[in-house]
Write a protein that binds this ligand. Sequence first.
Ligand code: SF4
Length: 463
Amino acid sequence: MSDTISPTAAAPKIGFVSLGCPKALTDSELILTQLRAEGYETSKTFAGADLVIVNTCGFIDDAVKESLDTIGEALAENGKVIVTGCLGAKGSDANADAGSLVREIHPSVLAVTGPHATQEVMDAVHTHVPKPHDPFIDLVPAYGIKLTPKHYAYLKISEGCNHRCSFCIIPSMRGDLVSRPIGDVLNEARALFESGVKELLVISQDTSAYGVDVKYRTGFWDGKPVKTRMYELVAKLGEMAKQHGAWVRLHYVYPYPHVDEVLPLMAEGLILPYLDVPLQHAHPDVLKRMKRPANGEKNMERIARWRETCPDIVIRSTFIAGFPGETEAEFQYLLDFMQEARIDRAGCFAYSPVEGATANNLEGALPDEVREERRARFMQIAEAVSVDKLRSRIGATMQVLVDSAPGLGRKGGVGRSYADAPEIDGTVRLLPPQKASKTLKVGEFTKAKIVAAEGHDLVAMPV
Ligand code: SF4
């Protein structure tokens, strides 16, 4: 074959920077997949690219700064920059129009779009760097291009959010809830499992609200009707995971009564007995000021029922200490809740105002030292609970998904049990196997006997 007909000889190169949360990551994957489908190549450096796309985050002030700095670097080194993502949806102080914040600071960017705008980004790419001819579309795998390691993947089931939590600006950037059609979501999941994914992480802003916007419409998958609803989705994902010997993990679930329905699926082993439930607080008055979803639910009773149905369940949650107006008594209520609920994986942020959030107008803002001191007090309890729970696993044999194992794991490796979501929870440090015939491979499961607990992690001997 002559070099002149190689489709990649003159393929334009696009630099890509993906900042922000897993939801932004899936937007990046969609854009990268489309670029690859059309025959563009990616460049590892700004200078070596024909154009740079920066997918930004606008959630907290530090993320805004990081995004703006990255755009600045890309402009300095390359000059041709398209901005997408949450920051692209923001207006400035002087002009509320979407995109004006980025344009005021970096007027030379070529285009600015908000999040989940693959087509708009592609249109801007086509204007400035025309599509190469003869794209080899067959080169794109059915599940698209993934930025996560090959053995786990995020599955985004919806965009946006119908809630209006007073500390959050996501709905103003991403809009109201839009659920993806259930057939599309299940097709993507099947393609991922078929490509070798061993752990599927279901994400959205509110997984329990899946289908609310389309009134739980009946869709189709595999020629059969299936409702656009959390239970039906999760049950189908669980069946598929079972066929492929894979895990399904649920994130961002609120403690609504209908969530109880998925617990039996966990007890049966169809999906992981793990729930990421961002509770943020326990006191009803604080939850009301936060305008949290499910703020009237009796969370303590609900958690107790979940544990009755599925004793192995691991609950992860995040909390905010020092929210405006939080009294010492309300904070103490949160500490008592944590003592009693014994949340397995709890994180806590000291409240920090986000530009544009309605919570900024609430009375009773607390001094930074008080917020920080409360966060530290919360974490002391959370850590004691975590250490206790991890220690109770010593002696047990657990299924571990291997994330890293240089040299086939002869010197050990690192993996995760069902209790550990990637990036946010602990890990299981795998010791070198005692049996010479035992090897560890990334993306495969191994059984391992827990021999020690170290901070948030476990240490285990592969068996
Ligand atoms: S549920 Fe609340 S915190 Fe979560 S995205 Fe919606 S408004 Fe924001």
